[in-house]
Design a protein around this ligand. Structure first.
Ligand SMILES: NC(=O)c1ccc[n+]([C@@H]2O[C@H](COP(=O)([O-])OP(=O)(O)OC[C@H]3O[C@@H](n4cnc5c(N)ncnc54)[C@H](OP(=O)(O)O)[C@@H]3O)[C@@H](O)[C@H]2O)c1
Length: 268
């Protein structure tokens, strides 16, 4: 299964809420789901997938290994536990959730464990999340460029990560934008509202279309069927170069997520 441009995020969603969101998303036509060990919802997502009539090879499932499991004793068993909870033999993509430089992580060992998980067939692809340029370069040097499938990073009109994005593009590493809507913050932006009015679409659709224009993969989360539908339909929206440039100009290095123990020194 190719990596769909739009998937469903599931951060913060648990129990019946995540199940309804995933069920609605699959019914609407989403074929990619993004979860993580720390989201504590793999089990519930697995139950929905189990009941679904969608063939496994038509779904793109991503999970992320939590930093507490970045040891030789815990890494592979924790991923096997994720597969058990998700009720699959293999996920499509496994990411290291954070580099966690202040937690005495042995990055070399952790990356080798990630590669071993792929060699064992537990995951089709491997990648990283919240890595800066130096850390991605380290992963490339250790495992080879072709092996690093994506870097999943916070990326919205208010945080465009231009230096990191250009490095990833140069190295043919897919860019996954998380919190593309800045968890709703960008939806009140006057420039985005103005553009949305011109196309008679929602602000969320404008933002997602802008991200897709830049070849970012997006994984917006929603518990609302209308939002899920319109977010998916953003794929059909083509913005003019002038409007893309206006959104490019909204950059303000405004980061929503920056946990001290987990985050790297971000590239400016
Ligand atoms: N790798 C990492 O460290 C990391 C960190 C954070 C997130 N992520 C991933 O990225 C995903 C997305 O991030 P996120 O969920 O935090 O934030 P987000 O997708 O930027 O925003 C989600 C919020 O926007 C609202 N929303 C969605 N579509 C909308 C629409 N069309 N109109 C109006 N409001 C809309 C949702 O509310 P409603 O439910 O009301 O629609 C929800 O409150 C996560 O779920 C997770 O899978 C990864």
């Amino acid at each position: 299964m190719n990596f769909p441009n739009i998937g469903l995020g599931t951060f913060r969603l648990k129990g019946e809420v995540v199940q309804q969101s995933v069920q609605d998303a699959l019914d609407i036509g989403y074929r990619a789901i993004d979860t993580a060990q720390i989201y504590d919802n793999e089990l519930e997502i697995g139950q929905v997938l189990q009941k679904s009539s969608i063939a496994r090879d038509e779904l793109f499932l991503t999970t992320k290994v939590w930093v507490d499991h970045f040891t030789p004793e815990k890494f592979i068993p924790s991923l096997k536990n994720s597969l058990t909870r998700l009720q699959v033999d293999q996920v499509d993509l496994t990411l290291l959730h954070w580099p966690a430089p202040k937690m005495n992580i042995d990055l070399k060992t952790t990356l080798e464990l990630l590669a071993e998980a792929q060699n064992l067939g537990l995951t089709q692809h491997i990648g990283v999340s919240n890595f800066n340029i130096q850390q991605v370069q380290y992963a490339i040097d250790l495992l080879g460029k072709a092996r690093i499938f994506t870097n999943q990073i916070e990326l919205s009109p208010y945080l465009q990560n231009k230096t990191l994005v250009s490095f990833l593009k140069q190295n043919d590493i897919a860019i996954t934008s998380y919190m593309t809507l800045a968890y709703g913050k960008v939806l009140h932006d006057p420039t985005l509202k103005q553009i949305a009015n011109i196309y008679h679409v929602s602000v969320a659709q404008v933002v997602l279309a802008w991200a897709l224009h830049h070849h970012f993969h997006v994984i917006p989360s929603s518990t609302n069927q209308a939002h899920l539908t319109s977010n998916l339909e953003a794929q059909q929206l083509v913005l003019s170069p002038e409007h893309i440039a206006m959104i490019d100009g909204l950059e303000r290095n405004s980061r929503e997520i920056n946990p001290e123990q987990l985050a790297p020194q971000w590239d400016l």
